[in-house]
Design a protein around this ligand. Structure first.
Ligand SMILES: NC(=O)c1ccc[n+]([C@@H]2O[C@H](COP(=O)([O-])OP(=O)(O)OC[C@H]3O[C@@H](n4cnc5c(N)ncnc54)[C@H](OP(=O)(O)O)[C@@H]3O)[C@@H](O)[C@H]2O)c1
Length: 295
């Protein structure tokens, strides 16, 4: 299949394949969780509530709250591990052949599980050659510690390179990148590339800017109008737009139940071509490819 051929086709996607697993196109982020002890119960409850609503992709990282977010996730999933699709990430300073397995082992301990469903390189590394990291990734997959492998913050050419450098038989199942209405760079090259190769695109910061839209702005007016027609909130429409753009899983972080409900509602909203075009017109976005940055 070539890139998305029509908005109608794009709108048909409400679940996304990661490898051979079919998951809901809205998941849950955990950035900022695990930072404040007094918030822990609220965060655990929010994640569990979201999982009950079907938001079973849980995205975390060793870097979030220095492991604290993974510990929150551990508590949230302790008796329901097999109901979630668990994603964590390795920070660039841990991407050498010696450090990566240790980092994953520490993540697994904090998460209270013997495997993750998807293990991502959080950012490209400035210091470790990519090929070395990819060999280490493939090895932890072979050991059954990570079911699928992926990257994050990799623009299209670098994603392509990662796939080429992986040992035979291993594949990149996902690329997690910034994607929201004010930054639709992922649409330029990455999403069409991933459609063709059955790679999932995970959209981070997906509701960025939506709650603070000025009522006089074109974006606010268009989203409010479409939201009114569908009887949902503007954030729901923003998320429905993103997950209608291809094999996209949006991972909003939310601790308020009304936000979780609004995010869940996006799975049921089908936007028309006209609505999608109106949204595109109302939100200016740079058209160039995602930037390359190594940390
Ligand atoms: N790979 C990377 O480099 C990278 C970078 C950044 C983020 N991420 C991942 O992506 C996830 C999402 O990004 P993010 O947390 O930075 O930003 P986000 O999900 O776009 O925004 C989170 C904020 O939006 C609010 N919110 C959530 N749903 C809402 C809704 N329906 N209506 C109005 N407000 C809503 C939340 O409020 P409440 O919490 O009060 O409900 C929270 O303040 C992260 O948590 C993390 O897992 C990955």
């Amino acid at each position: 299949m070539s890139a998305i051929t029509s908005d109608e086709e794009a709108n048909a996607i409400r679940t996304v394949f990661v490898g051979s697993d079919q998951v809901a196109a809205i998941g849950q982020g955990t950035w900022k969780m695990g930072e404040v002890t007094s918030q822990r119960t609220v965060e655990v409850d929010a994640l569990r509530y979201g999982i009950e609503q079907g938001l079973t992709v849980i995205d975390t990282a060793e870097m979030y709250a220095d492991g604290g977010a993974e510990e929150v996730v551990k508590e949230a999933i302790k008796d329901i591990r097999n109901q979630v699709f668990l994603v964590t990430k390795v920070w660039p300073t841990h991407q050498s052949r010696e450090a990566l397995p240790k980092a994953l082992d520490a993540s697994l301990t904090r998460l209270g599980t013997s495997y993750v469903d998807l293990y991502l390189l959080h950012w490209p590394s400035q210091s470790v050659p990519l090929e070395q990291t990819l060999n280490a990734l493939a090895q932890v997959q072979e050991q059954g510690l990570a079911r699928y492998l992926g990257v994050s913050n990799f623009p299209t050419p670098y994603l392509k390179q990662a796939q080429e450098l992986l040992p035979d038989g291993a594949t990149i199942a996902a690329d997690q990148v910034e994607y929201h209405l004010a930054n639709r760079r992922a649409e330029t090259a990455l999403i069409p590339y991933c459609v063709d190769r059955q790679i999932a695109v995970m959209a981070y910061t997906p509701v960025k800017g939506i709650p603070s839209l000025r009522p006089a702005s074109a974006g606010y007016r268009v989203l409010s109008h479409i939201a009114h027609d569908h009887q949902v909130s503007p954030a729901t429409i923003a998320l429905a737009y993103l997950i209608g753009s291809g094999p996209v899983i949006a991972i909003p972080k939310a601790i308020q139940y009304r936000h979780i409900d609004a995010n869940r509602a996006a799975l049921d909203v089908l936007l028309s071509d006209v609505e999608r075009q109106a949204i595109r017109r109302a939100f200016a976005s740079p058209e160039e490819e995602l930037p390359y940055e190594a940390l």
